[in-house]
Design a protein around this ligand. Sequence first.
Ligand code: KDG
Length: 316
Amino acid sequence: MKRALGMGEIMIQMNPTEKGALRFQTLFERHVAGSEANTIIQMQRLGIECSFLTSVGSDEFGKVILSTLRSEGVNTEGVIEDEKNPTAVYFVQRSYPVPEKTMVFYYRKGSAASNYGPQYLKDSYFDGIDLFLVSGITPALSDSCRDAAIKAIDMAKKHGALVAFDTNIRINLLKTKENALKTLEPFIRKADILFTGAGDLSMLFDGDLEKSKESMKKMADVAKLIVFKKGSGGVEAFTGGKRYSMPSYKVPVIDELGAGDACDGAFLASYLSGKSIEESLKYANVAGAITVSLKGDIEPLPDWKAIETFLNVHEA
Ligand code: KDG
């Protein structure tokens, strides 16, 4: 069985039962979410043995996060319970002011996860792993998180693992485009598998998609594989001088949060299990489609049976 290790902040997501401006919402569902954890749980559901590195508060929300990871079978040996700092919370606003678009409001400054650092990394976490995954959110959280992410990548490489990196730009954390590029560049350079999307590229390279693809290819000259997510436009991969393209499935959009992570997770699980690039892109699209059609980032993530059922209907 292939093994993967992820790192990143996991938060409590408060998702209103109704669409519309947050100020009018009185009823919320409590979910657990965080980009890298979403991807790792997607991989675990598709048969990869996964572990996770983060800090959670030693509080009620930290307990929910731990039990969510454990109930999925993800190894939590590398999760620190922080006595001093809280688990972060964020609120979701759906379909307002842009219909079918989700906005998020974070309460994460000074969180337990943003106090995670390189001192918590143990060599044993990397023994036998095939892949290490982190995204641009983690280095944007704090200097100590950035240092931990860089150290973890170097440790993963020393252990012979592939490194997957999703640019995942959070401009509210990175503040400016210049800082985004400066912060993410070392990670882009170290990635073997690089995930990105039109939104992130246009942020880094001023909206010129063709120029951005060229610049990204140059920056990622060591990347073996680039996966380019286009939302409802499908997903593409660039590897070995070839371009692979797969259109998306048309589904109703309820909450698009977490779809990119589902896409990464299904792609990585398929690719690590020896499936072709075309098959991996197809399963990435299915996972994304299932995730946008339900609330919550983790709950909708499909297993192989769910993927098969979806395909039986959508490819009939
Ligand atoms: O990818 C979805 C996530 O972005 C979201 O659920 C929370 O990890 C998160 C973040 O930092 O935005």
